[in-house]
Design a binder for this molecule. Structure first.
Ligand code: SF4
Length: 473
């Protein structure tokens, strides 16, 4: 696993100065966030559906062992194989061994966040396989040797111009000599390259949005149909999924799918929703000869056992990041690993360790918007607050911050002194701010003034306004 989350501050500072990132991520507000709002407003029963979705996930997690066993039995009954992986290394070894046994040279991949989590591509490539992402967005970031910057739209940070240059440089190897700049022409090139790979792949690999215990099926949703083609055409198909992906029944999966499309893209449903159940049967026209599911723990059992269990309800819709002011300002790459935004700021410390996660739990204004839009009501702000506490307890917080907070805590217990000092500080800043009413630079506030002006305080202090009963300070 290559994790750069410890460099969150440096990466975020760089991203804040990048106008392309600002434009690209601002687009998520007017695009996905607005589309979600419209689709929720059009559905009066949305709050009830959300509660039902939350209950399904909670019930499943409370009985996870039962449903996983049920799912395993159902997959085996359909002629499939189930493998259990304790950690990333274990999971990669299992997939690599299946590929070796199949004599795989070409592996086509549908979108799979968990395969990025375990670093699977690098392991298969080191073993001599050509691994090809078939989701257009994932393909572009693979070609650019980058990582996705959003869990639903991996290339949100890239302009059409950048993709055009990338294809011009890399697609000549496939016989495309001319440079194309229109989105439709760029996609046509991807499609032509993929078509051939689908038919020559030895193994296909996809993730799973849900695993159904009742039937032993796995569900993938895509907007391109690439997951279906990959999984149907290769002789061996491997599904990689975190153990929390299981749901009890088809009805439960349907309820969650209704929330997923609306929360992710504001769509009633994604363009392709594919149910796969075991290998090809005698009467099937297409389908894999071999069907494997690798169920990956990688820290999830530990989460299940502790105060972060609620995070396992996540259905990876991306709504929390589409509404997060921090994510929308710094973009996905600043987070330094596969899961960005609020959900990533909880998941990275959980899976990769608190030490690896650096400042991620602090990358939050605690405005609560992420929980409001989360289709399964995960209390992300509370979980982030708890992680901050754990960082403090584990000694990962800098001494200067500890001293500053200690001083503030002492001061906060002396109301008179606190009130006098805040009044004095405010008067001084007001005077120094002068006519401009803002500061370009301010001692001890470099984190703020490095990327924007600091407004000089106006009016009265909060405490004064509060004691007078004013609604606004
Ligand atoms: S935490 Fe909630 S909003 Fe964020 S990706 Fe997961 S399900 Fe979606």
């Amino acid at each position: 696993m290559q994790i750069a989350s410890q460099q969150f501050r440096e990466r975020a500072s760089e991203a804040l100065l990048d106008p392309n990132i600002r434009t690209a991520f601002d687009g998520l507000k007017t695009g996905f966030a607005a589309a979600r709002a419209r689709s929720v407003a059009a559905l009066p029963e949305f709050p009830a559906m959300r509660e039902a979705a939350r209950n399904i996930r909670t019930h499943t997690l409370e009985n996870l062992d039962l449903y996983l066993e049920r799912y395993e039995e159902a997959v085996r009954a359909q002629g499939g194989h189930v493998h259990w992986a304790e950690d990333a290394e274990d999971a990669c070894r299992i997939v690599r061994d299946i590929c070796r046994k199949a004599g795989a040279k070409i592996v086509t991949k549908g979108k799979s966040m968990v395969s990025e989590e375990i670093g699977l591509n690098a392991v298969l490539e080191a073993d001599g396989c050509e691994v090809l992402e078939t989701d257009a967005g994932e393909y572009i970031v693979q070609l650019a040797k980058e990582t996705p910057s959003h869990i639903v739209v991996p290339t949100v940070h890239k302009t059409v111009q950048e993709i055009s240059e990338l294809f011009y440089e890399r697609h000549r190897a496939y016989g495309f000599e001319e440079r194309v700049t229109e989105a439709a022409d760029l996609i046509a090139q991807v499609r032509a390259i993929m078509r051939e790979k689908y038919f020559t792949a030895d193994v296909s690999l996809t993730g799973a949005n849900f695993l159904i215990a009742e039937t032993g099926s796995n569900i993938i949703v895509t907007n391109e149909g690439n997951g279906d083609l990959a999984s149907m055409l290769a002789p061996v198909h491997i599904v990689t999924a975190g153990i929390e992906k299981v749901v009890p029944s088809l009805n439960d999966a349907s309820a969650l799918l209704r929330m997923l499309g609306r929360s992710a893209l504001g769509m009633e449903t994604t363009a392709y929703t594919t149910f796969m159940t075991g290998p090809k049967r005698a009467h099937d026209l297409d389908g894999p000869e071999e069907y494997h599911v690798v169920l990956i723990d990688n820290g999830r059992t530990k989460m299940l056992d502790g105060p972060f269990r609620e995070m396992l309800r996540c259905i990876r819709c991306g709504a929390c990041m589409n509404h997060c002011p921090v994510y929308l300002s710094v973009g996905g790459h600043a987070y330094g690993w596969v899961y960005p935004g609020p959900m990533g700021s909880v998941l990275t410390p959980m899976i990769a360790g608190l030490e690896e996660a650096g400042d991620l739990p602090n990358a939050c204004t605690l405005n609560g918007r992420c929980q409001q839009v989360c289709p399964v009501d995960i209390p992300l702000p509370d979980l982030l607050r708890r992680l901050r506490h754990e960082r403090w307890e584990a000694g990962f917080v800098k001494q200067t911050v500890r001293w500053s907070l200690g001083l503030w805590a002492w001061l906060a217990t002396k109301p008179r002194l606190y009130r006098s000092l805040t009044r004095l500080g405010m008067a001084v800043l007001h005077k120094l701010g002068g006519k401009r009413g803002r500061f370009r630079r301010l001692p001890l506030a470099g984190g703020w003034t490095g990327s924007r002006d600091f407004p000089a305080p106006q009016g009265q202090t909060f405490l004064d306004a509060w004691s007078k009963g004013a609604k606004q300070p």
